[in-house]
Design a protein around this ligand. Structure first.
Ligand code: NAP
Length: 259
């Protein structure tokens, strides 16, 4: 049983859908005050309604996590609303699929800005609040795609997700002076609105290639994030954990067929 995060304030970016919404739900169920962050208001409101209907405490703030001014304002609003910022889950991200031959240089910039620059902006904005609190936790949602695996159409995405892990190493050193840890969860294929957008064929093929024979749930990722956010994980920093049902393990199609 992990020490409770009850009463802590947690910002979850990209929490109106998918993995972020799962993290927000699980953290709120453990008693944290959760700030749901996304660009679109309707889904953010829905996420907050679901959390409060289940007895949790949450509010929402709409902003683009790749814009420094908006990110800073979101942190200020969260501290004003809940009194502190204790845990930050840098989860907002996009995964448009386009092969390099068709990729416009602006496509590359858009993915890197949304996924990687936003991670830096989120952590930078959090520093004064962690300094004030005397401690802090950051959990980054990276991916197996990029750091471990490849997939046609996701060269920019994979670079952004591997980049998050590169960022993490130095960030962990710089954040240590604020008694703050930063770690990453690396999901495999998780059943989210974003993944559903890739089509049923993709979902079926992926499930078949995973040793545990199912896509991950958002709770699978949220529980790993919860561990990194806990008191008990306080001596772990600059690290990552793969949560993928064994997806990266098979050496070949034969290996998966043998199971
Ligand atoms: P999703 O279902 O598409 O949800 C993405 C969330 O991020 C939404 O709330 C979206 O809301 C928000 N968002 C996107 N761009 C934003 C921006 N610029 N500023 C603020 N919020 C933004 O995606 P998901 O599948 O849950 O993925 C979440 C994270 O997990 C991503 O970082 C992704 O790379 C990572 N991941 C996912 C999987 C998977 O299998 N699903 C696997 C590995 C890693 P708005 O559009 O309204 O802003």
């Amino acid at each position: 049983m992990l020490t409770s995060i009850e009463g802590k304030t947690c910002i979850v970016t990209g929490a109106s859908k998918g993995i972020g919404k799962g993290i927000a739900r699980v953290f709120a169920a453990k008693g944290a005050n959760v700030m749901v962050v996304a660009r679109g208001e309707a889904d953010a409101i829905k996420a907050v309604e679901e959390i409060t209907a289940a007895g949790g405490t949450a509010d929402f703030y709409c902003c683009d996590m790749s814009d420094w001014g908006q990110v800073s304002a979101m942190f200020a609003k969260t501290a004003e609303r809940f009194g502190s910022v204790d845990i930050v889950c840098a989860n907002a991200g996009i995964f448009p699929q386009v092969k390099m031959v068709d990729m416009d240089p602006d496509d590359w910039d858009h993915v890197m800005t949304t996924n990687l620059k936003s991670t830096f902006l989120t952590v930078k904005a959090a520093i004064p609040y962690f300094e004030k609190a005397g401690q802090g936790r950051v959990v980054v949602t990276s991916s197996i795609t990029g750091p471990v695996t490849g997939f046609p159409g996701w060269s920019h995405y994979g670079a952004s997700k591997a980049g998050q892990l590169g960022f993490l190493k130095t960030a962990a050193m710089e954040l240590s002076r604020y008694n703050t840890t930063i770690n990453a969860v690396m999901p495999g294929n998780i059943y989210t609105e974003g993944l559903q957008g890739l089509g049923q064929d993709y979902l079926d093929t992926m499930s078949a290639s995973i040793p545990l024979k199912r896509l991950g749930s958002v709770e699978d990722i949220a529980n790993a994030a919860l561990f990194f956010a806990s008191e008990e994980a306080g001596y772990i920093t600059g690290q990552q954990i793969i949560v993928d049902g064994g997806q990266i393990l098979p050496e070949s199609l034969e290996a998966i067929a043998e199971i």
